[in-house]
Design a protein around this ligand. Structure first.
Ligand code: SAM
Ligand code: SF4
Length: 326
């Protein structure tokens, strides 16, 4: 078991399969973002070896992310390999869904259980403005294909950016009336690359909730008030789906954090909002034994941070969001 010095049992690993992406969301990366050469990224066998190592330490839940995980070559085979690893109970994915109309079924057949899809607005023009390159219709087709393939319950992630989509939260919330989806609103977090926008255009979860309640009526607390992952979850009366709020900036959920991240270049990132990382790929390539790698992982986990420093102006600047994976 991987336990940290605060007694948290860390058993959920988010793996960034690549930093590359087929969109350029304004809150995630600059338009001219330069991606890492493939040789610097974990290769398929290296990913599978790390998954076996983490599984041997009690990790049972894997989320694949990016960049955009579906642009990674052999993503279906990777999912199959990870899902078949002894000890791994669930493999899920966070995706922009652009390629899901083709990939949802093969991914489900390979063992993927669920997807979280990023969707910040239902307005095609605003969608293009937010993603710089995206077409809303592709994403929508991908969501329907995911539902059809049984990658459910589908969660939709919306990052809310002042001046771009704060008016769109009501339409997104309204989706839950007719769809058994969980629509989650995420407070924008600051990283390198586009820190100015990320710090000045934040819309708090509290404001988003107020906007929804002003238009659609009071939200009822769901799940008995327990967090669902990192989201506080509510429901509109008689809705099929749920509405979640991820308030990482204003109300961090460190006490219930069970996760660690593996960046696409093979660093163990211990907290999304802290720069602390442990390099695993360089030692692996230098011939470290499995026991040495296990020790590196356990020491890193033991020192997993608690709390972010945003209120004190401490912003993690060693990576752009797409290199960490969300
Ligand atoms: N490309 C995939 C996608 O967009 O779903 C997976 C990677 S993306 C980095 C993972 C999640 O991080 C997405 O839900 C995205 O909206 C979110 N995200 C990106 N930049 C963010 C930021 N600055 N603050 C909060 N969430 C962010
Ligand atoms: Fe790509 Fe996801 Fe970042 Fe958007 S949020 S640019 S889809 S990695």
């Amino acid at each position: 078991m991987a336990i940290d010095r605060f007694g948290r049992n860390i058993h959920y690993l988010r793996i960034s399969l690549t930093d590359h992406c087929n969109l350029r969301c304004i809150y995630c990366m600059p338009e001219d973002q330069v991606f890492r050469p493939n040789a610097e990224l974990m290769q398929d066998e290296e990913i599978l070896l790390f998954v076996r190592l983490f599984a041997s330490l009690g990790f049972d839940k894997i989320r694949l992310t990016g960049g955009e995980p579906t642009v990674r070559a052999h993503v279906v085979d990777l999912v199959r390999g990870i899902a078949q690893t002894e000890g791994i109970r669930t493999v899920t994915m966070t995706t922009n869904s652009v390629l899901l109309s083709k990939l949802a079924r093969p991914l489900a057949e390979a063992g993927l259980k669920r997807v979280n899809v990023s969707l910040d607005t239902l307005n095609p023009l605003k969608f293009k403005r937010l993603t710089r390159w995206g077409k809303l219709e592709d994403v929508w087709a991908g969501i329907l294909a995911a539902e059809e393939a049984g990658l459910t319950p589908i969660k939709l992630n919306a990052v809310v950016v002042r001046g771009y989509n704060e008016d769109d939260v009501v339409d997104l919330a309204r989706l839950t009336l007719d769809h058994a989806w969980q629509v989650r609103f995420i407070e924008m977090m600051p990283f390198a690359g586009i820190t100015d926008l990320q710090t000045t255009h934040v819309v708090t979860a509290e404001e988003i909730k107020e906007r929804i309640e002003d238009s659609l009526g009071d939200l009822e607390i769901a799940h008995g008030g327990e967090l669902d992952g990192e989201a506080r979850v509510y429901r509109l009366p008689n809705a099929k789906g749920e509405i979640g709020f991820i308030s990482s900036v204003t109300q961090p959920f460190c006490a219930s954090c069970t996760r660690a991240r593996l960046t696409a270049d093979g660093r163990l990132r211990l907290c999304l909002l802290r720069e602390k990382e442990v390099d695993l790929l360089t030692p692996l390539r230098a011939g470290a034994s499995l026991d040495e790698l296990r020790t590196l992982i356990l020491d890193g986990i033991w020192n997993k941070p608690w709390g972010h420093g945003l209120a004190d102006g401490v912003i993690p600047l060693n990576r752009v969001m797409n290199q960490i994976g969300g």
